[in-house]
Structures are given as structure tokens and as C-alpha cells.
Design a protein around this ligand. Structure first.
Ligand code: SF4
Length: 293
């Protein structure tokens, strides 16, 4: 897949030709070495009805569902699990709240919604607000709401223009725990703008978490991950997941072996307090499995 998507914000960093530029170039710019591997377009079997019972719902755990509300992103990470959807013109859009509410009515043990995509913060603010408001107003079933985004590092203005929406949702639904999980792979991805977003969301009473993909020649080094997790903790973002790469087609180029990943975790355990460490996990169609204890 030769296509690239690079936000203007990232392109400006790339043009500076500094250390951060290199980190971003490796993640977003096409490299012919990524062409040839035998990995699959749908490594987590998400197109299967048993995992994706509705076009917008991924249901792997009894108590939570992930809602796909867009396939758009300000960037295209070349190791993206859902790269099969990334360039579809009319791929995924905000679902009808009624559809989601019907599904929740039939599955009363679901208490958590994960709003994802693509990047949910690329969606129009008003549309996002109306959708979430209708779902949370339907019943008291949902106790936990979280967004998965990469916009805080790849296009901060998309987080900034969600401030009103995110603040209002906390005010209107104070009984729900509201969280954001930021995809961040390297400490050099965090800028002044990213830090300001963390501060703002904390001021709205959001709980903040991070997820990181273990990537060859980007962050497969205990000292780099140490700096990342230290920085996140300093900014009150709890490191949550370190992902073993999903084997999506064209991703082998980025893969770090499980053996190396475990060694990195062993070293991190000696370098940091245990509460700085994320869960090192591998995802599958049946959910995440812990790789390190
Ligand atoms: S930000 Fe996430 S969804 Fe978007 S391209 Fe990257 S990995 Fe895929």
C-alpha cells in the first residue's frame, strides 16, 4: 500500500529534519520494504460477524463494546490494524444512536463504550455530542466512556475543537467515568500543544491513559520507553497498554519479537516504579492477552 496520509501539523515537524522528524517519517512515509509479507488485511478477524455484529460495533468482551464512528484519521500509521478501512471513501460514519441503544438493550451486561475509528476526534463536534448524548441518555446502563485518539500528537487542533463537547458531556453525565486513551509511541511525539491538551482534559475531570505500539527502530529500547512513560506520568497520563504489533499486512517491517519485547519489559521493571509500566499485551479476535506479569 503506497498511499500516505500526513497531517499538515506532522508535515511541518517532518520538514524540520530533527530527531522528532525521523520518528514520524518512519511511521507515516511509504517504504518499499513494507510491501512484502504474508500478514493479513484483517489480523484480528474484525470483519467476522461474531466479532463485529453491526457495521459500527466490535464486541469482544461481555461488558464492553467498541464503537467505530469513522474510518478517517489525520495520519495513516503504516502498521495500523484497520488499514483495510483507512482509504475507503464512504467507509464508516457515526452510527444511528437508536441502533446502538437497541444493541445495548439486548446486551444488558455492557457497561463501557469505547469510541474509536479511525480517529473519533476527526468527527464533527456537534455530531459527536448528539450521538453520545442520545446513547448516554437512553438508560443508566453505561458507566464508563472512553475515546481512543491520536490527534493530541498528530493534529492537536482536532482535540482543541472538541473541548466544548467533552466538557459538556461531563457536566451532563456526571455519573459516567469519562476517559481518553492517547496513542503515543515515543516521547518526541509529545509537544507543548499535546501537554496543553492533557492539562485541559484533566481540568474537565477526564481520566487520561496512553497506548503504545512496540515498533522496531522507533521505540524498541528500554531507555526510550522509560523516557516516554516518565513523561506521561509527569503529565498525569497513566501508561495503559504496550501493544505487541498486530500482524496487519505490510506491518512485519515494524515487528519486534515477543522475546525482545519481554526483555524490554524486564529491563523497564528495574528502571521504573511498577505503576509506571503499562500492560504488555497481544490483541486477538477474542480480546487482549497479557504477555508479561
Ligand atoms: S491513528 Fe490509529 S486508527 Fe489512525 S491510522 Fe494510526 S493506528 Fe490507525
Amino acid at each position: 500500500m503506497k498511499n500516505e496520509i500526513v497531517s499538515k501539523y506532522i508535515q511541518e515537524i517532518i520538514n524540520k529534519n530533527n530527531d522528532a522528524s525521523e520518528i514520524w517519517k518512519k511511521q507515516f512515509l511509504y517504504n518499499p520494504s513494507q510491501e512484502h509479507d504474508s500478514y493479513e488485511l484483517d489480523p484480528l478477524n474484525e470483519e467476522d460477524k461474531s466479532v463485529r455484529p453491526h457495521h459500527n460495533i466490535i464486541h469482544k468482551y461481555p461488558n464492553k463494546i467498541l464503537i467505530l464512528i469513522t474510518n478517517k484519521c489525520p495520519v495513516f500509521c503504516r502498521f495500523c490494524t484497520r488499514k483495510r478501512n483507512a482509504f475507503e471513501e464512504n467507509g464508516i460514519s457515526v452510527p444511528s444512536a437508536d441502533d446502538i441503544n437497541d444493541y445495548l438493550d439486548k446486551n444488558k451486561n455492557i457497561h463501557e463504550l469505547i469510541i474509536s475509528g479511525g480517529d473519533p476526534f476527526t468527527v464533527d463536534s456537534e455530531k459527536l455530542y448528539e450521538f453520545i448524548k442520545k446513547v448516554l441518555s437512553h438508560s443508566n446502563q453505561i458507566k464508563y466512556l472512553r475515546y481512543h485518539t491520536r490527534c493530541a500528537t498528530t493534529l492537536p487542533k482536532f482535540c482543541i475543537n472538541k473541548y466544548d463537547t467533552l466538557e459538556k458531556l461531563v457536566e451532563v453525565f456526571p455519573m459516567v467515568t469519562h476517559s481518553v486513551v492517547f496513542h503515543i509511541n515515543h516521547h518526541l511525539e509529545i509537544t507543548k500543544e499535546t501537554n496543553e491538551i492533557f492539562e485541559k482534559l484533566l481540568s474537565f475531570q477526564y481520566r487520561l491513559f496512553s497506548q503504545t505500539v512496540l515498533l522496531k527502530d522507533i521505540n524498541n529500547c528500554p531507555n526510550i520507553l522509560k523516557r516516554l512513560f516518565e513523561m506521561l506520568i509527569k503529565f498525569k497520563v497513566q501508561p495503559y497498554y504496550l501493544h505487541q504489533l498486530d500482524r496487519a499486512k505490510g506491518s512485519k517491517y515494524f515487528e519486534v519479537s515477543l522475546e525482545e519485547g519481554l526483555k524490554i519489559m524486564e529491563q523497564l521493571k528495574l528502571l521504573l516504579p511498577s505503576y509506571f509500566l503499562p500492560r504488555y499485551v497481544r490483541d486477538s479476535s477474542r480480546g487482549k492477552k497479557n504477555l508479561f506479569y
